[in-house]
Structure formats: C-alpha cells, structure tokens
Design a protein around this ligand. Sequence first.
Ligand code: BES
Ligand code: MN
Length: 877
Amino acid sequence: MPSATDHCTPSAIIEVPPHTTPELNHVLKHDSSILALIVSKDSIYAGTQDGEIVVWSLDTFQQTNRIQAHKRSVMCLFLSEDASLLFSSASDPIVNVWCPRTMSRLCEIYSTQDSFGDIFSVAYSAQHDTVYYGAQNTSIQWVGLRDPARRVQHDCPDHPDRRNHRFFDSRAAGGTSTPRPTDERYDRIPQSHMVLETDRRAYKLFAHFGYVYCMLMTKGATAFADSEEDVLISGGGEGAIKVWKLGGQGVGPDGIDKGLEQIMKLGEDDLESVMSLAIDGSFLYSGKLRGVVELWDLDTKQRLRVIKDHKGDIMSLSMGWGYLWSTGSNGTSSKHSTVHYENYQPNSYQNVSQKYQCLTQWRAHDGKILASAVAEHQGNLLYITGANDNNLAVWVVENPPQTEQEKPEENEDMMISSLREFVSYKTISSKPEFAEDCRRGATFLRTLFRKLGGDVEMLSTDNNRHPVVFAKFNGKLEPKENRKRILFYGHYDVVPAGATEGKWNTDPFQLKGTNGYLYGRGVSDNKGPVVAALYAVTDLMQAKSLDSDIIFLIEGEEESGSRGFQETIRRNKERIGHIDYILLANSYWLNDEIPCLTYGLRGVLHATVCVQSKSPDLHSGVDGSCMVNEPVTDLTMLISKLKGPRNRILLPGFYDGVLPLTPEEDSRYNDIIAVLMAQNSQGIPTSSLRGSLMARWREPNLTIHGFKTSGAEEGSLVSSHASAHISFRLVPGQEVGDVINSLTTYLDEKFAELESDNTLTVKINNQAEPWLGDTDNHVFRTLEEAIIKAWAPLFDVGTGRDTETANGNDAKPRKPLYIREGGSIPAIRFLEKEFDAPAAHLPCGQASDSAHLDNERLRVINLLKSREIFGFVFGKL
Ligand code: BES
Ligand code: MN
C-alpha cells in the first residue's frame, strides 16, 4: 500500500492544460459564514452560521428565499434523491425537514439523549423512509419519517429547548436560575407541521470514537450483497470510516434497534479526523485534517492512495464529471483526475497513481472553505463553494471534450459568455487611444452575428469613425415580400470608466457576477441589451419560428453623438432595404421593480463657446492692465446671460415650441405616481415627484458643463483663450436647428454689447432630435403583451411581495408603465424619418443600473426577460 504522501504543488503538476481552472461565474454575498451547501435542479441552498437557510435561483442568481431555520449554526444540508425533501441539521441540536420549493417546515426531529452536542451530519434513505444523523457525542441516531409511534402530539417535555440545562437551569444558593438568553430571531423559525422524537433505542452511541463529522448515502457498491440497497457511510473524528447496512428489524439483545448495522470499517483510529466524504463507484474519497485526501477501494478495503492536497483541513469533497473537487480551510480549491473503475485493475497501483493527480489548484476564497457542491445547469457544469468569508462562489467548469455532434445547444449561458467577451473590449468611442479596441469590439460582434447565422457587413463611416455592424437574419415566410422587416438599433461603444478609477469595485472591463447582477462598463448601456436581442433571434431560428427579417444596426459612435451614422445609413440605404418597425433597448425602468416602456426621449445639443484674444497668455501684474478684455471675463459674462433665476433659459423664444400638457398626458403622470407611491412610499411628496418627472421628461434644460482656459490655473497668467462646454436638452416641439440659430445670434448680440476686441466662436458638437413615440401603435401593443407575459409569473421578484400588492391592489397582471426619458439617442428620430417606420423602446435595465457611472450593472433576470420579450416581439410583429 503506498504510504508516501504526495504533494499537490505546481511542480508536481504535469501537463496541466491551461483551461482546467474553473472560471468564476458569480459571487453570492451573504452576511454570515456558509457552513453547508446543497444544489437542486434550479436552486442553491446554503446553511449559515446564524442558523439560516438561504436559497438562490440558479437561473438568475436572485435570492429567492431566506429563513431562520435553526437557533444555532446549520451544520449540514441533505437533499433527498427525488429532491422533494430538504434536511438540515444544526447545533441546536435539531434536524429539520423542509419543502425545498416553499421552505415550509414539514418536520422537526429531536433526540431525548443528554449532551447530544452539535448534529454535524444528516442523511436520508428513501428506501427506508428514515433520517440518520450523526452528532458530537459520537452517536448516530435515526428515525422513521412517517413512524406514527414517534410523533409527538402535545408539548414535548424532552425537547432540547425544554430539558434542564446544566448551567441555566441549575439553581444557585438563593434558588434562582440564570435567565436563558432569548433571541427574537428564534420566533422567526417557521412552525413545524410535525414533531418527531427519536426512539431512545434507535441510537448507536460510539458509532465512532469521535465526532460523527460527515455522512453519505449511497447504493450498495459491488462489495455489498445487494447493490440496490441503500447504505450509509460515515466519517468520524477518530479517523475511521464506517459502512452501515440499514433497515434491520427488531431490537437486539443489547436493547438497541437493529436499524443500523456496521458492515465495514476503513482506516485506523489515528485521530486524523475525517471531515468529508465523496464516492465514485466503488472508490471512496475521504478528506481529512491537515489537507490529506485518501482514496479507498470499497471492494478490497484497501487504501490505494494518500495525497497531501491543501495546506488547510479538507472540509468538503465533491465528485463531478469524472473529477474530484476538494476544498481547504486555507481558501484553496483543487480539481483532481480520478480513476475510472471500469478500467481499473485490482492490485495495479500504477494506473491509479497515473490518474489520481491534481490538475489545478486555485485560491477560491479569502477564508475557510467549509462547503461545496456540484451541479449541472443548462448545459453548464457548475462547482459551487461556500466559505467563512460569507461568500458563495459559483465556478463554471470547462465542458469535457465533446464530439462534433454533441455540441451544446445555444443556451442562456452562451449569452452571458458572449456578453462577458463583449464587455472585455474597451470600446470607448470618445478616446482616440481606444480606436483599436473599438475596431476589435466591432469585429467580435461581426464574428458572433455570423456564428449565430446572420449575414454581416461592416459599414464604414466617414472620417474613419468606428464602423456600423449591419447584420441580417432572414425570416422563413414566403414569398419574401410578405415578410415584415424589423430593425434593431443599438451601440457597441461605451463611455470611459477610467476617469473615476478606483471607485469601481471590480475591473470595469471584466464582467463580474455578484448577487444576481452583472457588473461591467456597458453591460446595461448597451451591450447587454444588444446581446439579449441577438439571442432572442437565435432562439426563434432554432425553434424554426422566425418569420420576419431581423436587421441589426449596431453602431460604434453613439456615446460620441453618433458621428457619421446618418451619412453611413444614407449611403447604405439600398443595402439595408425597406424597414417596417424600429426597436431599441437603451434606457432604464423608473425604479427597480416595475417593467416600463419608453415612448419619449429628449433631444440634445452640445456646443463649445470660445473667446480668444489676439495676444498670447500674459502676466497679470505686468500686462494685466493692457489687456482690457480678458477672455475668461468675457466668457463668464457671456455664459451668465444664458440662464436666469430658477434655471430659466434666456434665449428669446426658447420655450415657444414646448408642447402644452394635454389632459391625457396629465393623467399619465397621475397613474405613474399612484403606482410609485403604492410601491414604495419613501416619503417623497407627490408634488415634487411629479415636478421632477416633468422636468426630466417634458422640459428643456441647459447645463454648463465646465470651463477651459489656456493659462495655468494657479499663478499670475491672463489666459488668452477661454472656452465653455454647454449642452441643451430639448423636448418635442423644439427644433435643434432653431435652437442653434437662436443660440449663435443671442451670443453674438451679447458679445457685441461687451465691446470686446476678442473673438467669439460657437462650435456645435453633438446633436440629437427629441423623439416621441406613438404608444398606440402595433409595436408598443406587442411589446406590452410580451412584457405582461414575461414578467407576470415572478412579477415582484426580489421584494417578496406578490403580484396583487405590487399592482397596487389590482389583481390583473400588471401593465408596463409608459415613461419618457431625460436622456437622448441621436439615431432614433433619424431612423424613423429615414425609413418612414415607427420606433419603440424597451428599457432593459433598472433605475439603479448606473449607466455612465461607476459600477454599472444589469440584473441577470432583466437580461433573461429581455431576451424572452424580444423573442416574443420578433416572432409576432
Ligand atoms: N442610453 C443613453 C440614453 C439615455 C440616457 C436613455 C438616460 C435614458 C436615460 C445613451 O447611450 C446616451 O448616453 N446618450 C447620450 C447622447 C449624447 C452622447 C448625444 C446622452 O443622453 O447624453
Ligand atoms: Mn450612454
């Protein structure tokens, strides 16, 4: 038997393919240590030090439940084979049985034994309908889940909560006892439908000569008589592993129930505690203190291998996809190749040692990793770890090599990995030094569109601006003339993320998933929505139900005012062809809960006002008095004439075009405010809410962004040059051209009044026309239908409220809120006019997405729902 201990150090790793380290996919943050972990088909369950069970959805990484489950730390979680029952054991010391879907407490189990200690492990056999639990006092105890004799009807005098406590209930000299600590959290533990008291005889004391740290339930391996029988395997503090036969009937001469009979013992009582177990056919792995992993052969009872895997204790082991996964209390995780027992030849250790090797080891947590689990979700292989840094980490494991036919279907996770790569391109259009990255981002998109079945062309722009990616997905409806042609407009460029460097919690160009959100520059504005629309088309093509032609125009200059876009589109109009509907997705909900549709955007006009002297910068002491008109002085006087009190813009006739408030529009504000107030009355007075929405949506505005001067900011120079960057937000009824004329005339006039010998120039930068959509048109109707369908089932997700309350006491599925926006998108009105087609705008993100700011994010569920909504709309229009 090999007794030498191998070390899993980098030098011992031979030929490790670079892809073998799993990729961090999502982090779920909690507020106490994660001690136990189990995964079902669609959810992750974590047991915490505070006695809670927290549940997250594997689809969306939203927290879907959080309950106080125990009075003290949850030590172990176990899911029945059919996933209908969830078991938890804790240091209260109680075992609870839960409905994994609703998290209602089906059953509470306690032992009447004294000094039972923590219940470290729990397992359930469906064959025997019996729960087994292992405790600190070296015992294993068991109880039939539906044993009528064990049901406690009234109060339970032997319940651990009521039993005398050596400390609290012993009376001091004066006859008073110490008050027991009470905790209001205890009241939150759900009532149990049933209470079971374990039979004193169903109790194996000294099951181990140490704490019973871990258990697993498995079908009898080849070593056992009947390979279909459930067997229990337990690991103890003394270092031994025991295999137990279950279900014996009656009571033995020792007065102990025969329900648990030891049939095998592996290992010595060497006090190297067995903390974790994993099984793979007839091979059993045990994880021990001080980083040791042992490999046992259950057929021959031989210990085939011992390796030193981690610096810390091995608190959890998992088997998955032919790999053994282990975690160390020092924060590292590792992945081992395992023996395939079909190929294994008894007594040939050589082939065992070849295969049982560490492929990769990585730092997974800043703390002790106490729990782990493996799961398969939508074609992705997931390895999940939980630690005392309060975090759960979800890792994606590279799929084992597949043949051509086995290629995975395009799925949800492909969308997120596409977005991950998309975000990694620093497509900052406003900075020349990122021109290459923009180009690469566009190329990435072209490749992606092509891979998913689109015909793609790059439309070049004037002055070498970033290209427009033009992709076409052909619908199947024949004849071609009957097909609707839908244009999706979006942009691949982003605003910079460097100016506020340090305020991002993560690298803005590396997608990071945390608590159900994806973080990264551009995830919400506009890369996430573009990817959602693209995968919606893929879904329809795969289902062979795409009738219409879908055309994508994804530009690379939107954040820079769509420079060159109009010319490019005009030049390629033939190629793009006729368009029936225009869709875009580049705005946000009004809050974080209620789906919205956007039907209006403001226009924008950016300008630079510049005053230039004929002289160079001068010294203020020496020459100050010579320069009668200082440019900075001229400029500030001029700019000060643009606005009056209360933000009033002083350009003559500026407000003339602004449309009056119609009664319909007025009542729309009332509706929105009613819903907002019903949802979260955060003490915002209605009037100011209404006022601020109106100001943002239907009133123009002027912002003075900043000043630039040629002279040093400090010191004694008179700047020869001063400029101010200003911008107007314009509303429907105002023409950008008129505002430009009025601005230049007004500034010229006011400048003339200054009698300055400097020169004034007004340079127009970006401009966009305001947009007002028709909410009654076919696109908006279809979008509304899609939103109701997509969001109704889990409408108020995350807030725990049901649809009824979220709807403001209106039980019908909620309609989206119709909103407008303060921001601008230059292309939208242009496209409407150019193609003579109506546009509609689906906001994908939430109000808290922080587009253009630090830590921009998009909620995973919003991304998934947007894909669903676009799928519906592209299919139906
Ligand atoms: N997605 C925004 C438009 C937007 C902003 C919608 C706020 C809803 C709320 C777009 O990407 C953007 O940033 N537009 C610029 C346009 C400008 C560069 C011409 C804007 O609004 O400032
Ligand atoms: Mn933007």
